[in-house]
Ligand binder design. Structure first.
Ligand code: SAH
Length: 424
């Protein structure tokens, strides 16, 4: 059946506007996998297969503790049943198609193919004694941000829980077997690859459990080392705040004013900056986890000093010490007419935030030369020219309204004064 994806248009309709997509075209489901299930469901499944329930825990330990899906290594399973058990519980879901190294071998981007030939990318970043994995939650993305290559390519489909978890398991195995030089453990995970994790909430929530819950439920990673990054789907942020998970929330803000953010992050037409920051603050209150505010610095677009002042005021108006700002120089995508801010503008922006009492650190950009940096993942894209053209068009439409966006609001001083008064 061919189901049209639901299209949600931002409210302002002047000029070339990007189109938001929330629903994927209907596709078959990936095969069921152990990592889709919690421990009780796995035990029930194994019992249905006519086996003792503890076999589920044995396979889970191989998978989560030893990062393996190879029957030959599961010597505690009866030899004659190993193949059958593994084929039922651990069907292969993602297959490595290609890999690319950058940063002198410290960054590894892998292209994975899924059961239906959809593809996603992950990026493994090595540090002296550990590694961070940037993984994908969707094939493509429906959020249509004009500066992001994935966003220009559109949404193919949501990943299943196990497809997300398999990216982690396979990258853990790669890191531990010395793919980045020394054998290192993947200690940190960021949902900053392809996709909007909060638009695939149930699968991402379950994947978080597999990451955090101790073996044999999951990998037993430290929750605070797992970061979920979102364009700002407010209802999902509020839901995540109630899950009792201590994961870190990152909000891709990129502009402190609705005028510009409506253009840079189309979902802002639904959830405005104020509402989004309220939700982020609520997340901090409920979890005690400081929220990261992501801010891609785009030359002469969102990098003005007055915007740093406004951002600081918006954050300070909601309390002290609850947010940390992470500016990142824009990684230009194919067709981009925008570039990264100058060093000087970057320094001024950062210093303005710091002077206003906001903790701020510039984010390390890894893998930009292999299109492996933030916003550059576009695995799905067969027709790069087309995507580059779309990016350019979307950006030009924003440029056309730029005068409006660039100028400091005439009432900036009043706005700042009101926020100063409203400080908590
Ligand atoms: N959809 C989620 C997660 C994926 S993107 C989100 O938007 O948060 C991860 C981060 O990379 C986000 O902060 C995103 O805004 C940022 N990003 C996207 N394109 C970028 C680019 N071209 N340069 C720098 N950062 C970019």
């Amino acid at each position: 059946m061919n189901v049209q994806p639901k299209q949600v248009k931002p409210r302002v309709e002047s000029g070339e506007r990007p189109t938001l997509t929330f629903q994927q075209k209907r596709r078959g489901k990936p095969p069921r996998h152990l990592a889709d299930l919690d421990r009780e469901q796995r035990r029930a499944l194994v019992a249905d297969m006519g086996l003792p329930a503890f076999r589920a825990d044995q396979v889970s330990r191989h998978y989560f503790d030893h990062r393996t899906a190879a029957p030959a290594q599961m010597t505690d399973l009866p030899q004659g049943q190993r193949e059958e058990i593994v084929s039922q519980l651990l069907p292969p879901l993602v297959k490595k198609v290609s890999e690319q190294y950058a940063d002198g071998g410290r960054t590894l981007k892998v292209l994975w193919k899924l059961f239906d030939d959809a593809v996603v990318e992950s990026v493994l970043m090595g540090y002296p004694d550990r590694a961070t994995l940037c993984l994908s939650s969707q094939a493509g993305c429906g959020m249509a941000c004009p500066f992001c290559a994935t966003g220009q390519a559109g949404l193919t489909r949501n990943l299943s829980t196990a497809e997300i978890v398999e990216q982690l398991r396979l990258n853990m195995a790669l890191a531990e077997s010395g793919a980045l030089g020394e054998s290192v453990k993947v200690t940190n995970v960021v949902f900053m690859g392809m996709g909007e994790p909060m638009a695939n909430y149930p699968a991402v929530r379950a994947a978080l459990h597999r990451m955090i819950d101790p073996s044999p439920e999951g990998f037993g990673m430290a929750a605070r080392h797992v970061t979920v990054s979102t364009v700002g789907l407010v209802p999902a942020i509020l839901k995540l705040a109630e899950e009792g998970l201590q994961v870190t929330l990152a909000v891709s803000l990129h502009a402190p004013d609705d005028g510009l953010r409506d253009d840079l992050i189309p979902i802002n037409s639904r959830y405005k900056v104020g509402e989004l920051l309220d939700a982020a603050r609520h997340y901090f209150v409920r979890t005690g986890r400081r929220v990261s505010i992501e801010y891609a610095l785009i030359k002469d677009m969102n990098d003005h000093q007055w915007r740093a002042e406004l951002l600081a005021a918006e954050l300070n108006a909601r309390g002290r010490g609850w947010a940390h700002v992470n500016p990142i120089p824009l990684n230009p995508t194919p067709g981009s007419i925008w570039t990264a801010s100058t060093d000087r503008a970057t320094r001024t922006f950062v210093q303005t935030l710091i002077d206003a009492g906001i903790s701020t650190t510039i984010r390390d950009t890894r893998g930009s030369d292999i299109d492996g940096a933030c916003g550059q993942l576009a695995a799905e894209v067969v027709d790069r020219d087309n995507v580059a053209r779309r990016a350019k068009q979307a950006q030009e439409a924003v440029e056309a309204r730029l005068a409006e966006h660039r100028a400091e609001p005439v009432d900036l001083a009043d706005q700042l004064a009101v926020m100063e008064q409203g400080r908590k």
